[in-house]
Design a protein around this ligand. Structure first.
Ligand code: 3HC
Length: 332
C-alpha cells in the first residue's frame, strides 16, 4: 500500500456518528473554523497532522533543487530574487510546522518522521534541476501547481492552517510570476535559450501534474478529507484547472506542452490531456525517484549538523528561565 501512517477508515454516516462527532461535522458544514483547543475527532487531528506535516516538509525539501542554482544565477538581480524565494520557502515550512504543533505534535517528531521516511514530501522535489531554465519551469509550473492547490486551502476548516495558507499564497504567487518571467526571457532569447526553456517544460510537465496526487479513483483520503474540509477539491479537479490555466501560458511563451493528445474539448469546456505515468509517480513516492536519496540525505545532514545550534538555543532558554525564576524568588 502506498499510503501510510493514517488510514482513512471509511466515512461515517450521520447515524453512525457520536453526538460530538455530529456536532463537529455540523460546524464544519456551516463553514465555522475549528481552533486548536476545541474538540475534534481523532481522525481529523491525525489527517491534519499528516497533510500539514507533509506540506511543511515539501516546503523545506523544496528549497534544495533551487538552492543549487543560487550560486549559478546568471545575474546579481536573478540571484537576489532566487535567494528571496528560497528564504520564503523556509518561512512557509515554519508557519506550517508551527500550525501543526497546535495539534499536539512536536516539530522534532515531524522531523524524525521525515528523516525515517515515515512521512512524505511532494514527489516533485525528487526530480533534478539541470539548467537555469529549470528555475523558470519550477517557478512557473511547480509553484503554479502549488498555488492551484493552496488557494482553496485558505478556506480549509482548521483555523491555523487556513491562516497560514493566506500568507503563503501571497508569496507563492510572486514565486509563480518570477518563474514565468524567467521562462519569458529564455523563450524570447537565442534559439539555444528557447531550446533550454522547451527542454525544462518537457521535463517538468508530467511531474507537475503528479503534484496533485493520484487520480480520484486511487485517492484514499479525498472523500473523508473533503467532508472535513481539510481538502476543498479533488485531485483531478485541481489538475484539470491547472492544465486549463497553464496551456494558454505555454502558448504565449511559444512553447509546446509535451502532450500530443492535448486538445480543447468544446463540450466539456476543458482541455483533454494525457495522464502522467502513474507507475512512475508511485515509485517516486515510495522513495525510488531520481533524487529521493540525495534530498533526504541533505535534510538528514542539515539536521545532524545543526544539533549544536539547537542544543545552544535550548541551553540558553533553560538558563534564561532559571534566571527569571531566581529573580522572581528574590523579588518576593
Ligand atoms: N507527492 C507525494 N505524496 C503524495 C502526492 C505527491 N504529489 N500526492 C499524494 N501523495 C500521497 C498522499 O500523501 C497519501 O500518502 P500518505 O497516506 O502516506 O500521506 C497518498 O499519496 C494518497 O493520496 P491521496 O490523494 O489520498 O492523499 P491526500 O488526500 O493527502 O492528497 C495532496 C494529496 C493533494 C497532496 C494533499 O495532501 C494536499 O492538498 N496537501 C497540501 C498541499 C501540499 O502538501 N503541497 C505540497 C506542494 S509543494 C509546495 O507547496 C512547495 C512550494 O514551494 C512549491
Amino acid at each position: 500500500m502506498y499510503a501510510q501512517m493514517v488510514k482513512s477508515e471509511g466515512m461515517k454516516s450521520p447515524e453512525e456518528m457520536s453526538p460530538e462527532e455530529r456536532a463537529f461535522q455540523e460546524r464544519v458544514d456551516r463553514g465555522e473554523k475549528i481552533e486548536p483547543k476545541e474538540w475534534m475527532p481523532e481522525g481529523y487531528r491525525k489527517t491534519l497532522i499528516r497533510q500539514m506535516g507533509q506540506h511543511a516538509h515539501s516546503e523545506i525539501v523544496g528549497q534544495l533543487p533551487e538552492g543549487n542554482w543560487i550560486t549559478r544565477a546568471p545575474t546579481l538581480e536573478r540571484k537576489a530574487i532566487l535567494l528571496a524565494k528560497v528564504q520564503d520557502e523556509a518561512g512557509h515550512g515554519l508557519y506550517l510546522y508551527s500550525a501543526a504543533e497546535t495539534l499536539g505534535v512536536s516539530r522534532d517528531e515531524l522531523m524524525e518522521k521525515l528523516h525515517s521516511g515515515a512521512m512524505k514530501y511532494s514527489s516533485i522535489f525528487n526530480y533534478p534541476t539541470l539548467t537555469w531554465a529549470d528555475m523558470g519551469a519550477v517557478g512557473w509550473l511547480v509553484d503554479g501547481a502549488a498555488i492551484m492547490n493552496q488557494v482553496p486551502l485558505q478556506r480549509t476548516s482548521y483555523g491555523p492552517y487556513s491562516r497560514a495558507m493566506i500568507r503563503i499564497c501571497k508569496e507563492e504567487s510572486f514565486h509563480q510570476r518570477q518563474g514565468y518571467a524567467i521562462m519569458m526571457k529564455m523563450a524570447q532569447g537565442t534559439p539555444e535559450q528557447k531550446e533550454m526553456a522547451q527542454d525544462a517544460l518537457n521535463r517538468f510537465w508530467y511531474p507537475s501534474l503528479m503534484m496533485f496526487g493520484p487520480s480520484d479513483k486511487d485517492s484514499v483520503h479525498s472523500a473523508q478529507s473533503m467532508a472535513w474540509k481539510i481538502k476543498m477539491n479533488t485531485n483531478d479537479e485541481l489538475r484539470q484547472k491547472f492544465v486549463d490555466e497553464t496551456v494558454p501560458q505555454a502558448k504565449y511563451l511559444g512553447l509546446t506542452v509535451p502532450d500530443e493528445t492535448l486538445k480543447w474539448n468544446e463540450e466539456r469546456g476543458h482541455y483533454d490531456f494525457a495522464e502522467p505515468d502513474w507507475d512512475e509517480f508511485f515509485e517516486v513516492i515510495k522513495g525510488n525517484g531520481p533524487c529521493n536519496e540525495e534530498r533526504l540525505g541533505a535534510r538528514r545532514e542539515a539536521w545532524d549538523k545543526g544539533a549544536w545550534f539547537r542544543d545552544g538555543l535550548t541551553a540558553y532558554a533553560e538558563k534564561a528561565a532559571a534566571r527569571r525564576a531566581a529573580s522572581n524568588v528574590a523579588a518576593e
